[in-house]
Design a protein around this ligand. Sequence first.
Ligand SMILES: NC(=O)c1ccc[n+]([C@@H]2O[C@H](COP(=O)([O-])OP(=O)(O)OC[C@H]3O[C@@H](n4cnc5c(N)ncnc54)[C@H](OP(=O)(O)O)[C@@H]3O)[C@@H](O)[C@H]2O)c1
Length: 309
Amino acid sequence: MVAIREVRAANSSLKSSKQSLTAVFTGATSGIGKATLQAFARHIPHPTAIIVGRSQKAFAPELEHLKAINPNGTYIFLEEDISLIKNIDAVSKRIASSLQEKNLKIDLLFLSQGYISFNGRETNADGLDTSVSLRYYGRVRFAQNLLPYTAPDARIVSILAGGQEAKIIEDDLDLEKNYSVGNAMGHPACMLTLSWDAFAAQNSDKTFLHVFPGLTSTGLLGRSATGVLGFVMRWVVEPILKLTASRPEDIGERMLYYATTGESGKGSWSLGWDGTPKENEVLKGYRERGFKDMVVEHNERMFERALAR
Ligand SMILES: NC(=O)c1ccc[n+]([C@@H]2O[C@H](COP(=O)([O-])OP(=O)(O)OC[C@H]3O[C@@H](n4cnc5c(N)ncnc54)[C@H](OP(=O)(O)O)[C@@H]3O)[C@@H](O)[C@H]2O)c1
C-alpha cells in the first residue's frame, strides 16, 4: 500500500501537472466525500467543483471554508435530494448547464452518497430501498447521465466496497423480498462493479473505480441507525471504532490520489483500501458469466419503473 506520506507528496505535486480540473461531487456534504473535496480544493490550483447536496444552508459554512482553502477555486452548490431517480435526472441537467455555460468537461465524478439502513427495507417513491438507491442505483444513474459531459480521460469514482463483492440474489435484484443489512451491502457492491464494467466496455477512454475506503471515522453508523441502536452506535460503537478507524482527512487525501494519480489504467477497477485492484472469486464468476448484461437490463427496468410512478 502506498504510504500516506507518499500520497500527500503525490497530491502536492498535482499543481505541476494539473493546473485546473473540474469535478462533480455527490455525497460530499460530510465524511469521505467532504474530505476528498477539501483535498481537491487544496491541491488543484484552479479547481472547479460542482457539489450536489440536500441543503444549501447547511453547506454554506463549508463553501466559505473551501474558498479559504483555495480562493482561486470555483465552487457551485446545487441543492437536490438525490434519493429519487427523477431528482437525479433534474440535477444532472442543471450540472450539464453549469458545465456548458463555462465550456467545461467533467474530469472527475466522485460519488459517495449513502448510509446503511438498520430499519429494514425503506421503500421510497421509486419502489426502491432508499439506502440501496443512494449507494447503488443513484450512482449508476449519475454516471449514465453525466458520461456525455466527461472529458476523454475522465475518472468516475464510487466509494463503497470494492473487493467485497458478494453473491447476488439473482431472482431479487432490488432486494424486494430479501432485504437484510448484510444483503444490502455485498449484493449492491457486486452489482456496482458489474455496472462499472458495462460502462467501461462502452467508454474505453475512461477509468471507472469502485473503492473500499476502509473503516473511516465519519460518524456514518451513528447517523445511519435510529432509536436505541442509534444511541448505542453513537456512544458505544463509534468511540470504539474510532480507536482503529482512519481519519477522514487522510482518506480524503488517499481518495484524491486514487482519483488522479493512482496506477489504475483505463477500464473498470475494484480497489481495496490499499488501492490495489481486487477480483474475488464471486466477482470473477459473474464476470465469466457475462452477468453484467443482466444487471444493466435490470438497472434500465428499475429506472423506467421509477420514472413511470
Ligand atoms: N465510513 C466508513 O467507514 C465507510 C466504509 C466503507 C464504505 N463506506 C461507504 O462510503 C460512503 C460514504 O461514507 P461516509 O462515511 O463518508 O458517510 P457520511 O459521512 O455519512 O456521508 C454520507 C453522504 O451521503 C449523503 N446522504 C445520506 N443520506 C442521504 C439521503 N437520504 N439523501 C441524500 N443524501 C444522503 C449525506 O448527505 P447529508 O450531509 O445531507 O446527510 C452525505 O453527503 C457510504 O456509501 C458508505 O456506505 C464508508
